[in-house]
Design a protein around this ligand. Structure first.
Ligand code: SAM
Length: 217
């Protein structure tokens, strides 16, 4: 086992111990995807610390515990069509691909340089996930409807397009809050007839979702 593999196994054991990794599917995804392949050279020594890291252009890759929490509440399964808003480094998209299947994952990024970074990382790590550039506050109509829409940037409120692009029984998982630097992890489940059940999973801090139906720059 390389030092990197060993650090990854240790990180997953830690995430299990603190109760953030619960399911076999999330555990296996974390064991499989090498976080160090998705971050810039100067932070590679921190790849398996449970902390957010800068990926450049003012953006971050989230802390593994936060990602684990989001993946667990998303209740992902193989075959679920999933749209991620905020591709960033591509790491979370790779984890989702391990669970849902790479052909079922679409991820969208608004900053051209970050899009390029995420695309190259996914390609190098051999994940054939569809990554697109655009304003994710509008969802991504072309591939709708989705079983899951997972936002990794903070929305002031859930955009209507995400609700419209969701299948019945589908879920939206997003940090939501009217304060720019504090949100609650929020899960909306779509019922028959288009009504929604809402559940909250505590406080979190994400970079803002910037766009037409999000925060203004
Ligand atoms: N999921 C990412 C990963 O695994 O590295 C982390 C994402 S980072 C916390 C949030 C990302 O959302 C940033 O790259 C940011 O540029 C992007 N973002 C913000 N607003 C967006 C929007 N309207 N559409 C698409 N991406 C957006």
């Amino acid at each position: 086992m390389s030092l990197n593999d060993e650090s990854r196994v240790n990180m997953v054991s830690y995430l299990e111990k603190i109760g953030y990794v619960k399911s076999e599917s999330v555990k296996n995804a974390f064991l499989k995807v090498d976080r160090s392949n998705f971050i810039p050279e100067h932070v590679k020594h921190e790849a398996y610390r449970d902390t957010p890291l800068s990926i450049g252009w003012g953006q971050t890759i989230s802390a593994p515990s936060m990602i684990a929490l989001m993946l667990e509440v998303s209740d992902l399964k193989n075959g679920l069509k999933t749209l991620e808003i905020g591709a960033g480094s591509g790491y979370n998209a790779a984890l989702i691909a391990e669970i849902c299947g790479e052909e079922n994952v679409i991820t969208i990024e608004r900053i051209p340089e970050v899009y390029q970074f995420g695309m190259e990382n996914l390609k190098r790590a051999e994940y054939r996930v569809r990554i697109v550039i655009g304003d994710g506050t509008k969802g991504f109509e072309e591939e709708a409807p989705y079983d899951r829409i997972i936002a990794t940037a903070a929305a002031p409120e859930i955009p209507q397009s995400w609700k419209d692009q969701l299948k019945e029984d589908g879920m939206i998982i997003a940090p939501v809050g009217k304060e720019r630097y504090y949100q609650e992890l929020t899960v909306l489940k779509k019922r028959k007839g288009g009504t929604f059940d809402t559940k909250k999973y505590g406080g979190c801090i994400f970079v803002p979702l910037v766009g037409e139906d999000g925060w203004k720059e």
